[in-house]
Design a protein around this ligand. Sequence first.
Ligand SMILES: Cc1ncc(COP(=O)(O)O)c(C=O)c1O
Length: 432
Amino acid sequence: MVVVIPRASRYDHPTRAARAGTPVRALPWAILFHAFSVKHRALPNCRATARLIHRVVFVTDMINWDEIRKRFPVTDKLAYLNSAAAGPVSRASQQAAAGYYEKMMGDGDVHWNRWLADREAIREKVARFINAEPEEIAFTTNTSSGMNVIVDALEDRGEVISSELEFPVTTLPWMHRRIPVHLLASVDGELRIEDVHAAMTDKTGIIALSHVQFSNGFRIDPATVGTIKGKHALVINASQSAGAFEIDVKRMKIDALCATGHKWMLAGYGSGFVYLSRELLEQSLPRSIGWLSVERPFEMRNDEFRPRHDTAARVELGCPHFAGIFSLGASVDLINEIGAANLEARVLELNRLLTSRLTENGWPILSPLQRETARSAETLVQVEKAEAVVKHLFRLGVVVTEKPQGIRVATHFFNDEEDIERLIAGMNETRG
Ligand SMILES: Cc1ncc(COP(=O)(O)O)c(C=O)c1O
């Protein structure tokens, strides 16, 4: 385990004192998948295959994935397997954001009240999406802004337990406040729950982890962490999971969570959200505030400060970034239309197909796949000369992310079997 005890930063501050209607297509996806699996001998274990197919038929056969795919124009030209970096936006998200700019262009600010009301309706949808209350949700523009708000609320709780697999924004904002961060070693690519438990001491205040790791796709079950966390706060970075995996902050006992809209949420850059439990809201104050963060902002008082304790929206600084919020709203509508469980089943099925095809073709997989429950929708594949491979794939219209060890491939619900086959064929060509 590495413990990072940050030195004084020049930015130090004094510590704060205180769906229905989706058409059914003629041939369910699961049947195609079965035919495909048989053709390509993708699934070696017949009993597991039968279970898998039964589950897919059960969960996803009512959804017309081809029709949903058509809502993402990027799929007309690209095998876009890159949502772990940044997802494409749907026509609906594009129209939601562009529609706002159209109105601002044609009518100026006359729709201000309507936009504020729309923002609140979207706040409710985002809250429902993760089983929170609307008052517990604030809009952000990315993960980093959300994580800093979380650190504001928890900075005097104690030390942080995290993982060596983490994306920097899960750890750095704590270190910036000189809070020791314990980076637990991974074992076979996984963070073990028993290691989290063993690392907890009297000094621990926070367990800060990504739901899905950007580095190797390892997925932790936040609910399991929730059962062992004791009195410590559980902070989840959901940027690699929100939009692909179900999140239930109450059932999972998550105290604070942040996510960007630009990856699996498919809402584009400049969108995101943060969740702070009602309890946390009551116990804390943000470091940064704006004129809308007070109890009666439209009284325009500049001589008294009465901050809101009742809503996470107090961390939204000043006038809203409507375009990002509206795009995010359209994404949440689509996710609700599909259903979070259907969506999760779909991304996992495509990922299973991906890893089967990679293995059949002799490509080593570096993501931990020893337990199906740790599988996510992103897979790290060992590749020599990753830069050249990524460039070759791009020339063929296949988009993936270059990583130090190889390439990262992301299977989102708008992807299909054909995308995976284009990837495999392109990768095989690089063998020369
Ligand atoms: C887990 C995780 N968090 C955060 C980010 C990005 O942070 P931000 O949204 O602040 O740019 C990424 C990837 O870029 C990520 O994989």
